[in-house]
Design a protein around this ligand. Sequence first.
Ligand SMILES: C[S@@+](CC[C@H](N)C(=O)[O-])C[C@H]1O[C@@H](n2cnc3c(N)ncnc32)[C@H](O)[C@@H]1O
Length: 279
Amino acid sequence: MTIFEAYNSAKKQLESAGIEDYVFEAKQIIKHITGFTSAQVLSFYNRELTEFQLNNLTAILHQRQIRYPLQYIFGEWDFYRRSFYVGPGVLVPRADTETVVDVCAEYLKDRPSAEILDLCAGSGCIGITLAVEFADSDVSMVEKYDEAIRYAVKNIERNGAGNAEIYKGDIFERYLADRKFDLIVSNPPYVTENEMNTVSPETRFEPETALEAGDGGMEFYKAITENYKNSIKDGGMLCFEAGVNQSKIICGILADAGFHDIKVKKDLCGIERAVSGIK
Ligand SMILES: C[S@@+](CC[C@H](N)C(=O)[O-])C[C@H]1O[C@@H](n2cnc3c(N)ncnc32)[C@H](O)[C@@H]1O
């Protein structure tokens, strides 16, 4: 089977499995099994796949039939122009979250040697990105679950983020709240119990503990604001990722806690995704 035939066959199988982005995925899978760049795939479209590559393709397509996440199959995924290890037990970094990083980066650009805290760090994609983008900053990341921490440790190493550290801790127990930071950022669990029934088949393979939050999805926003507002220096920033239709309530939580200059930034899909306030 040639690369071109494999690409067409993958597209068909992915489409019939109900995968919306089947064209994008087919391309990614062909690049993954051949090790080629997009340009090489185009140049060598007539080349025969080896038996190993063909077996790999078949295995990947079987996993996608049951909607096992492509990111877990590859074992890595790109976020903010860098690669992060991912797999079972950790949330896959989402493109939406890049909006949160943009807001933090804008804030940090005039603040040298910033002390940053990333709460609910998961793979470490937010904290590690900020650590690499702002090499003179000092980044602490807090995550409750060992499975996720294992990925964050590997991702620190992979991205050469020597100024970032991951700690095992619980935000409800105010872990690291006795320190003062210039920026606290968090993409916490925010999916309500009802919404959990409507998540994509792929998301069902991701840890529930990374997704679900009580109190109509507000549990973590309230706890982090309450537990960590005194851990932010005067003039420092608290920045959250928000779920769909949650930004207004989060703005209210920040306002009630005394934050000012509260701002909302939309993601590329037009969803109000990042909510920030200044102490
Ligand atoms: C929505 S995920 C975000 C992960 C990562 N920051 C990202 O943007 O991809 C939320 C993370 O919070 C962690 N978590 C859940 N409960 C926690 C708690 N009580 N304290 C600290 N982390 C917690 C989950 O394990 C998960 O990794």
